[in-house]
Design a protein around this ligand. Structure first.
Ligand code: PMP
Length: 433
């Protein structure tokens, strides 16, 4: 094959400048197996990012590969104009798992389209295009999803089909609420929401929120926050959309969905999903109460949503996930990894916090002795871990990009977690100097 630097030059000449690429010498990954991937030069890496939380079970999981190839041999695509057995199967299973009563499921090809659809449903149901979103949130790159995204560094346009009101409740680590404890933070955010609703003219359609902010830097709201929000929303008839694109399918260990960590809030009116369910095949979708899902007064369909080959992958992947209790594995191995990462970062000035649940862990880096984000330290750790055969992600509030993201396939073993912690310790120590 051609060397990676030549491919990089061709990539830069033909693809958009704004397409984010990791590493000074970008990686060309050619194959994977289990929790490992290989680059074009034959180097092996332990993959703790899984194609941005998408490789949910494992790379090249034989059960998924078999289901995809069997379906591919029969037919790749039919469209939603015809009955589609694997789509009905997966919809029934997701509806039953969703926790939403009288649930209906609509499949899309991405998380952005899923959020787009949820926003459209909320707008139609409530006859309003005013939406509440959290500061620092990320909901996708379609025009409406990017238009309500609170994280400014990912929202290239300030124009939007929605009038969005941004409330506090996502990130607490910076800004005016940085030093509040859980109860104070919850009260301040609820007050913020009430103030906003008091000043708003006309009705508001929905609040969309990630139960744990993903691109925002793996920050979770305190326990009572979403329940406090829900109470206020219900007084106004405002719908709650839980964006589970990163938090679904047992990733957080304790629960199958992120919203279940806030059980007092009750099930959301809608949840959106994507990423992990297809183990890399493009599946997104919305689950909504029938009353909300069926409020559209027009025919609609999605050409690629529910495509048989993606649905076959989704069914096989979900079966594997449930039969092997990968949520339980995420809780156990994630718990150990969190402890190890806290131990290896103790005493390091660049580490402000190690946080997360299950296999969704973040390490927030700062300039030693300050609370200022250090994207430079994050870059060093990223390069160092890569050099030692480990892939991780990064993200963070606004343009800080200073949180290391660890979100491996949920089959991660204890030995692999130990190996990852050792490599990360060395990389963090290099960045500390
Ligand atoms: N919502 C969240 C929480 C996400 O993290 C993402 C993708 N990173 C999206 C929506 C958009 O999904 P997609 O990239 O599949 O359109």
């Amino acid at each position: 094959g051609i060397p990676p630097h030549e491919l990089h030059a061709r990539h830069r000449a033909v693809l958009p400048d704004w397409l984010a690429l990791y590493y000074q010498r970008p990686l060309e990954i050619t194959h994977g197996e289990g929790r490992h991937v290989w680059d074009a030069e034959g180097n092996r890496y332990l993959d703790l990012f899984g194609g941005v939380l998408t490789t949910m079970t494992a790379h090249a999981l034989p059960e998924v590969t078999k289901a995809v190839s069997e379906q591919a041999e029969r037919i790749l695509h039919t469209s939603t104009l015809y009955l589609n057995r694997p789509m009905v199967d997966l919809a029934e299973r997701i509806a039953a798992l969703s926790g939403i009563p009288d649930a209906r499921v609509f499949f899309t090809a991405s998380g952005s389209e899923a959020n787009d659809t949820a926003l459209m449903l909320a707008t139609a149901y409530r006859q309003s295009n005013q939406v509440l979103a959290l500061r620092n949130s990320y909901h996708g790159r379609s025009f409406s999803a990017v238009g309500i995204t609170g994280n400014r560094s990912w929202s290239p346009t300030s124009l939007s089909p929605f009038h969005t009101l941004y409330v506090h409740g996502g990130v607490r680590t910076r800004g005016p609420f940085a030093h509040l404890d859980d109860a104070e933070f919850t009260a301040a955010c609820a007050e913020d929401l009430e103030d906003m609703l008091g000043q708003t003219r006309g009705s508001v359609a929905a609040l969309i929120a990630e139960p744990v902010q993903g691109i925002g830097g793996f920050t979770a709201p305190p326990d009572g926050l979403l329940a406090a929000f829900r109470e206020i929303l219900q007084q106004h008839g405002i719908l709650w959309i839980s964006d589970e694109v990163q938090t679904g399918w047992g990733r957080t260990g304790d629960h199958f969905w992120g919203w279940q960590a806030h059980a007092a809030a009750g099930p959301p009116d809608m949840l959106t999903f994507a990423k992990g369910i297809g183990n890399g095949m493009s599946i997104g979708g919305v689950v909504a109460r029938a009353e909300v899902m069926n409020c559209l007064d027009a025919n609609s369909f999605s050409t690629f949503g529910g495509s048989p080959v993606t649905m076959a992958a989704g069914n096989a992947n979900l079966t594997y996930l449930l039969e092997h209790d990968l949520q339980g594995n995420a809780r156990r191995v994630g718990g150990l990894l969190l402890e190890r990462l806290r131990a290896v970062s103790a005493g390091l000035g660049i580490v402000r916090e190690v946080r997360g649940r299950g296999l969704m862990l973040g390490i927030e880096l700062v300039l030693p002795g300050t609370e200022d984000p250090s994207p430079e330290a994050a870059s060093i750790v990223l390069e160092e871990t890569r050099a030692h055969g480990l892939l991780i992600g990064r993200a963070g509030g606004h343009s800080t990009n200073s949180v290391l993201r660890i979100a491996p396939p949920l089959t991660l073993t204890v030995a692999e977690a130990e190996e990852a912690a050792t490599i990360l310790e060395r990389a963090l120590r290099t960045a500390e100097i």
